[in-house]
Design a protein around this ligand. Structure first.
Ligand code: ITT
Length: 204
């Protein structure tokens, strides 16, 4: 069994998040035939692991086994230093069943106000995005790669991107991810950093 990915090969993008699917397609840049888990009507597995790596492997294996094809899954999230790394692996759940990220940002900033009072001089707005990307083969083998970008938690600005993009300003930039064009985000994001490792290991 070959543990490499061959350009042109059909791959399942095991995500039900349209924002991620758009970024994954752009990063892979037409080099693979991408089929989404949604278009194959694959059910969404319950994310029972407590790490990004664990959940990425769980989602990729789930899709690969059901579809009999190589599958790629992304487990990602925003971690905030002053909140002990929350929401972290529970980033999607903090937005609730309605995926309301305006509300999630309000909850986060309320918790930050409490943390600022409790932590005094130790309080910071440091935050980071993590992306674990797993590739699973139907025979059971899996590989995983992780990317991270550091930055600052800010009040919401901008309408591009998805999820927590409006409240994250990457280090060295004056704009949030939601104020950046897709190409600018893709040049530095946690997702593209994980993909750079995946490409070096499995494609190039
Ligand atoms: P799938 O599991 O189907 O891929 P999901 O949205 O449930 O979709 P996760 O469990 O990985 O995905 O949750 C990741 C959460 O973090 C989700 O709420 C995203 O909106 C958010 N997130 C991840 N990457 C992001 C990015 O680049 N910009 C903004 N928010 C991001």
């Amino acid at each position: 069994m070959s543990l490499s990915l061959i350009p042109g090969q059909k791959l399942i993008a095991a995500t039900h998040n349209p924002g991620k699917a758009v970024e994954i397609a752009a990063i892979l840049n037409g080099r693979f035939e991408i089929v989404t888990a949604g278009s194959l009507d694959l059910p969404e597995p319950e994310e029972t692991e407590t790490t990004f790596v664990g959940n990425a492997i769980l989602k990729a294996r789930h899709a690969a086994l059901r579809a009999g094809m190589v599958a790629l899954a992304d487990d990602s999230g925003l971690s905030i230093a002053a909140l002990n790394g929350d929401p972290g692996v529970y980033s999607a759940r903090w937005a609730g069943p309605d995926k309301d990220f305006t509300r999630a940002a309000e909850v986060i900033w309320h918790k930050m106000d409490v943390a600022r009072e409790q932590q005094g001089d130790a309080f910071t707005t440091a935050a980071w995005f993590t992306c674990a990307l797993a590739v699973a083969w139907p025979e059971g083998h899996a590989c995983v790669f992780e990317g991270r970008i550091d930055g600052t938690l800010v009040k919401p600005r901008g309408a591009k991107g998805f999820g927590y993009d409006p409240i994250f300003q990457p280090e060295g930039f004056e704009t949030t991810f939601a104020e950046m064009d897709a190409d600018a985000k893709d040049a530095i994001s946690h997702r593209s950093r994980a993909f750079a490792q995946l490409k070096a290991a499995l494609i190039d």
